[in-house]
Design a protein around this ligand. Sequence first.
Ligand code: ADP
Ligand code: MG
Length: 229
Amino acid sequence: MPNHFLGVEGASVSFGKREAQVRALRGVSQFFERGKLSLVMGPSGSGKTTLLSLLGCLLSPDEGTVFVEGVPVNGLSEAERTVVRQKKISFVFQAFRLFHSLSAIDNVALGFELRDATLSGRMEMARDLLVRFGLGDKLNQEPNELSPGERQRVAIARALAGNPPILLADEPTASLDAQAGRNICQILRSQVDDDGRTVVVVTHDPRWQEFADRTITLCDGQVEQERNL
Ligand SMILES: Nc1ncnc2c1ncn2[C@@H]1O[C@H](COP(=O)(O)OP(=O)(O)O)[C@@H](O)[C@H]1O
Ligand SMILES: [Mg+2]
């Protein structure tokens, strides 16, 4: 039986009109297995971010179906899709996207609040996550007082607030030096091994391969290669 946990079937996405039209994805069918770390590789402009945006319900395909936790999300209303995004999916980006005037712990606590405003004990849960990521002594620092690697750890902690089963990361180590990058690879790997999350990482960075279960390579909006590692 095919594993339709997270993925796309026959998905096409175009941007722009007529002569200016760009076909970012051309009939891509691809599923990402539950409880695995998958890589999406490929040259710049090959459609990696577009594919991740479909999986994250940030974008709807022109054609085809997107599945999240086995549910075809195309059939849902916009409001229902927003709930899926809030409860099921977290995002990590190259540029961290932290709130600059908030401390590390407030950034993470806000992550909890955005997912569930009724939740109590947000500061304690935020502290626990940051301690787990080795930032116990940086709780009250603002992003500009942290190193790039530390900022990305705060961003991952914020993304994980509310315990979403799926984590999508777009070039999460592209702004980091070798050591900080490796640390982020290990943290996301532990999200799979220790927490059973499903992680999809878009990357150019070959260092990710030793941490991944599977890799697909996009070229010109199509899957060029699939490989189990
Ligand atoms: N919002 C957009 N408007 C217009 N073109 C876009 C938009 N997003 C992506 N594209 C185009 O779609 C193609 C795929 O982009 P993208 O998915 O961002 O590739 P990648 O992440 O692999 O670099 C590129 O040609 C890009 O210029
Ligand atoms: Mg991209």
